[in-house]
Write a protein that binds this ligand. Structure first.
Ligand code: DGY
Length: 328
């Protein structure tokens, strides 16, 4: 806000509440706007552009993902798009590892029991509340981390996992790109891995001890984690999704947990959020840990994101180069 307020000649219209802005308020206030700073919960679609009108030069989204923006309509209306990569990489990577640990070690169910005053009476029964160990052991010397999507957040997650002594990394990248052997060599050496390989979805499912879903959302990746993928995963494997809920078929995941095709899931995002009610099939499962899309929610990262989003907005309004612009 200070950055925007100090810009001369800029009239600011600001949603006054500290929550998602109402669609009707947004549509009432965008006609004639030169720039809009939006969040993930604002659908930036044909209706949005038509109502904003020809004065609109830039949309600056407070997110690295932009599946809420209709890029065809953006192009048609000749509007530029700013986004917030890099500044949130570390926070989301931290959260991804947190979810893998929480899901593997029954942390969700454990916290619930203790909070309900039901400290388990059998907690020294030898295998009570056990889960698969993330780091290698003499019983499980090979630990393979799988990544669906191998961009900035995935690589930062791998860097953190290296400290757990993981031995192998496999990933499925954007099918339109070719494997980057120089990158693989560098990561292998840097993280002392025994192996790192790009694989197809089938192998990703079969070989991974943890699958981290860290790919963009949108139609192309919708339900890429489906029943067929989940059925191929190892029985003691973990699924982590810190990207977009739409990548994972929730019904198939609920079935996978219920019928024990996989061990557990750690989710920062769920399809249909924020309208996730207590009767959602995933909420019923004790080995499904869900947090409400807080991957980037640290004070420092949100300050970085809001600053970058404000700078993108100002640059777009002035017709200057933006610090981070989506190439459409
Ligand atoms: C984003 O910015 O797209 C992420 O979902 C934040 O967690």
């Amino acid at each position: 806000m200070p950055l925007l307020r100090e810009k001369e000649g800029l009239e600011l219209i600001v949603w006054p509440e500290d929550r998602e802005c109402d669609r009707s308020w947004l549509l009432d206030n965008i006609p004639g706007a030169t720039g809009v700073l939006a969040t993930l919960s604002n659908k930036v679609n044909e209706e949005f552009f038509e109502i904003a009108g020809p004065s609109l030069k830039v949309v600056s989204t407070l997110s690295v993902g932009f599946d809420h923006v209709d890029l065809v309509a953006l192009n048609k209306h000749k509007v530029r798009l700013g986004y917030t990569p890099d500044v949130l990489t570390d926070a989301v990577a931290d959260a991804s590892v947190m979810l893998a640990l929480m899901a593997g070690r029954n942390a969700g169910a454990g916290v619930t029991l203790v909070k309900e005053g039901q400290w388990p009476k059998f907690n020294w029964a030898p295998f009570f509340f056990c889960g698969p160990q993330l780091s290698p052991t003499s019983f499980t010397p090979k630990r393979t981390m799988g990544f669906l999507g191998f961009g900035r957040v995935a690589q930062a997650t791998l860097a953190r996992l290296a400290a757990f002594g993981i031995t192998h990394c496999i990933y499925t990248g954007n099918p339109a790109s070719s494997p980057d052997t120089a990158l693989e060599e560098r990561l292998k050496e840097q993280h002392k891995l025994q192996g790192i390989r790009r694989v197809d979805l089938d192998e990703l499912a079969r070989e991974s001890d943890v699958v981290f879903v860290l790919a963009p959302g949108g139609e192309k990746t919708r339900h890429i984690i489906n029943e067929s993928f989940l059925r191929k995963m190892k029985k003691r494997s973990i699924l982590v999704n810190a990207a977009r809920g739409t990548l994972v078929d929730s019904d198939a995941l609920a079935k996978a947990l219920e019928e024990e095709w996989i061990w557990s899931a750690g989710l920062d995002v769920v399809e249909g959020e924020p309208k996730i009610t207590a009767d959602h099939p995933l909420l019923k499962h004790p080995r499904c840990v869900i947090v409400p899309h807080i991957g980037s929610a640290t004070f420092e990262t949100r300050l970085g994101m809001t600053t970058l989003a404000a700078k993108n907005l100002l640059a777009g309004i002035s017709g200057e180069e933006m610090p981070s612009e989506v190439e459409v």
